[in-house]
Design a binder for this molecule. Structure first.
Ligand code: SAM
Length: 276
């Protein structure tokens, strides 16, 4: 791997433009140096700003291995989310939820996923039917099931997420039977393509708990459907909300008559819980 290493930062537009113009295949900033990756040496000594640099021939890096090393278990309430190769790092007493980082959102590393699992962890889910709107990797529906829900259904508008969610369920020891998947705690789990106002919900009983990691504008649009899908008094857990968009969600919940609205922040992200 051939690198041209020159003092500077990615903020220096003149420098970065000169490196791209010279044919760099990638740029990186490390400890006060800009590192530009090249396929072969090119004359750079005459280029303004680049003269102080040096060529370094570095051993090839295994990016996949580096990336894997960077992943850590995520502890969220009573659940720890891990990729399969870190299962042994789950602290004793925590429920293990394996998610292979892949095509669908929801590895636990995002603040919104973490906050949603924390919110589910403090609810009494035993005997409850849980609906997870925007299931992605299936992480929240599976967390609900591990936390004791009688059944959990994850729906997503993106058809690509559904097979990924089923694969993740198998990884977590959910077994397939005639009535869908059965979890290690005995609860039922299913994933379907769809959304709240879709056919997936015709003739369904109401749900005891509804969790949705979407975004503020969509929560505003769906708030009336949340109300209809939930049993009276049922807890609603909403996230994917930027702090700046909280008023939109607050107003929507108020408009639909939700009560006990509580907000929580993690960095720029918010989670809102309420009761139907
Ligand atoms: N539930 C996972 C988590 O908490 O990490 C994934 C959340 S991800 C931020 C949002 C997911 O919602 C995506 O998989 C997206 O395809 C899905 N989505 C977006 N709009 C939707 C809608 N109207 N109905 C259902 N799912 C939707």
């Amino acid at each position: 791997m051939l690198v041209y290493r020159v003092p500077g930062s990615l903020d220096n537009e003149e420098l970065t433009a000169a490196l791209w113009d010279a044919g760099a295949g990638g740029l990186e900033e490390r400890q006060g140096f800009l590192r530009a990756y090249f396929d072969g040496r090119v004359p750079l000594d005459d280029v303004p700003g680049l003269a102080g640099g040096e060529w370094v021939d570095e051993p090839d890096r295994d990016w996949q291995a580096d990336w894997k090393l960077g992943l850590k278990p995520v502890q969220a309430g009573r659940v720890t989310v891990v990729p399969s190769w870190l299962v042994q790092d789950v602290p004793q007493g925590q429920l293990t939820l394996i998610i292979e980082p892949g095509m669908a959102f929801g590895t636990g590393h995002h603040a919104t996923t973490r906050m949603a699992i924390e919110a589910l962890s403090v609810l009494e889910l035993r005997g409850e039917r849980v609906l997870d709107v925007g299931t992605g990797s299936g992480v929240l529906a599976m967390a609900a099931s591990l936390l004791g829900a009688e059944s959990a259904l994850g729906v997503d508008i993106d058809p690509l997420t559904i097979p990924v969610a089923f694969e993740n369920a198998e990884l977590n020891g959910f077994t397939r039977g005639e009535d869908g998947l059965t979890g290690p705690q005995g609860g039922q789990l299913d994933f379907r393509e769809g959304t709240l106002d879709g056919e997936a919900f015709e003739d369904e009983d109401r749900y005891g708990v509804l969790v949705a990691n979407l975004y503020a504008e969509l929560h505003d649009l769906l708030a009336g459907d949340y109300r209809e899908a939930l049993v009276p008094g049922g807890p609603l857990v909403l996230t994917g909300i930027l702090e700046s968009k909280l008023p939109l969600v607050r107003d929507a919940l108020d408009r639909e008559g939700f009560t006990d609205v509580v907000e929580r922040l993690d960095g720029e992200w918010a989670l809102v819980t309420a009761r139907n």
